[in-house]
Design a protein around this ligand. Structure first.
Ligand SMILES: *Cc1c(COP(=O)(O)O)cnc(C)c1O
Length: 385
């Protein structure tokens, strides 16, 4: 089976991890700050806080923005469940804004319509979490304009998108948001095993997130509440978590980050190949907003009507042909947990359309020419039957 995504680990990555194993610190040593600085520099953000997953990063990002019981957080229905769960962890209620039918990212016009209604009802969101699906940025300038008008904060869920750009700036620069979150899970663009990071240009948000990732504890005398603290003194100032990234993971991150541009270039090359070969096929290839350059975490096609026996049949044929196709994602509100919170299938019509015909084809840097040929051949055969 050709997987839809796979990490690319080289000897340099292995050497980087081994050198941490032989060093004094497996965790809380120099590799984490080095990785944070490298990502912040690469993405043109002032601050970066490394954690053990993007899910943790989303959680502490929500908390730093003051999300709590009684607050509302809105996200996209076409995302991994973590984008919504983070708000629920904080005791907030979640709602979903329908997607743009061309980019499959949160639609700025659907957001505007929902905000207009929410304002009348006195139910505006505190935080909105747009998701850069497949690695392509949402229309952040439009979302930012709405955030200014309606007074909400914005967290970019960029779990798919490190290495992409929006209006010629790296995703992560937070030009149009308060915080941007990356994931370093092995299927994502670069990996640390498990891992995530929150980027921001706001020093206060960065300080709060740093505190929350490590039990709410500070060891920095300059920031302690005690006057004249003893040498052994540390303070827990908030209810935090153990969300720290280990140095082992961060060393892998530094090594992977050095190859980010190569990885994205390889992904883009595969996307171009699919675009060209599938142009005449009975599927819709991904639309690219000219303001963006995608990191190509995913390559998503939409099937057409009954071509290839219809969506499910085509999916099954491709799996049977050894192609590890996937569907990213079922609308989050259709998950049993969210249904129990009161959401019903059909809630977001464009998300439903998408769910009825989307398929992710394999795309990863180490994919060989033979493998990508196998994919397009299998697609052509599955459609022809
Ligand atoms: C993978 C993913 C996450 C969660 O990332 P982890 O690092 O596995 O916690 C969050 N949001 C989206 C859109 C993702 O794809």
């Amino acid at each position: 089976m050709i997987p839809y995504g796979r990490q690319a680990i080289g000897d340099d990555d292995i050497a980087a991890v081994v050198s941490v194993l032989k060093s004094d610190f497996l965790t809380q040593g120099p590799a984490v700050p080095a990785f944070e600085q490298a990502v912040a520099r690469r993405c043109e953000a002032q601050y970066a806080v490394a954690v053990n997953s993007a899910t943790s990063a989303l959680h502490i990002a929500c908390l730093a923005l003051g999300v709590g019981a009684g607050d509302r957080v809105w996200t996209s229905p076409i995302t991994f469940v973590a984008s919504a769960n983070a708000a629920v962890y904080c005791g907030a209620s979640v709602d979903f804004v329908d997607i743009d039918p061309r980019t499959y990212c949160m639609s700025a016009s659907a957001l505007e319509a929902k905000l207009t209604q929410a304002e009348r009802a006195g139910m505006l969101p505190k935080v909105v979490i747009p998701v850069h699906l497949a690695g392509q940025s949402c229309d952040m300038a439009a979302i930012y304009a709405l955030s200014q008008r309606y007074g909400f904060a914005t967290i970019e869920d960029a779990a798919h998108a490190i290495g992409g750009t929006y209006r010629d700036k790296p995703i992560g620069a937070c030009e149009f948001s308060d915080i941007t979150v990356f994931s370093f899970h092995p299927v994502k663009v670069i990996t640390t095993g498990e891992g995530g990071m929150a980027l921001t240009n706001n020093g206060k948000l960065a300080a709060t997130m740093s505190l929350l990732r490590s039990h709410g504890i500070t060891r920095d005398a300059a920031h302690m509440e005690a006057i004249d603290p003893e040498g052994w003194h540390y303070e827990q100032q908030a209810l935090g978590f153990n969300y720290r990234m280990a140095d082992l993971a961060a060393a892998l991150g530094v090594s992977q980050l050095a190859k980010l541009d190569d990885f994205v270039a390889r992904r883009r090359e595969i996307a171009r190949f699919y675009d060209t070969v599938l142009a005449a096929a009975d599927v819709t290839t991904p639309y690219q907003d000219p303001a963006t350059s995608s990191a190509w975490h995913l390559y998503i096609v939409r099937t057409t009507g009954n071509a290839g026996g219809g969506h499910r049949e085509l999916f099954d044929r491709l799996r049977a042909a050894g192609i590890g196709v996937n569907l990213h994602y079922m609308p989050v509100y259709r998950q049993p947990y969210y249904r129990r919170l009161g959401f019903a299938p059909g809630y977001c019509p464009e998300a439903e359309n998408y769910y009825s015909d989307a398929i992710s084809l394999p795309i990863f840097p180490a994919m060989t020419e033979t493998e990508r040929d196998q994919v397009v051949k299998a697609v052509a055969e599955a459609l022809a039957r």
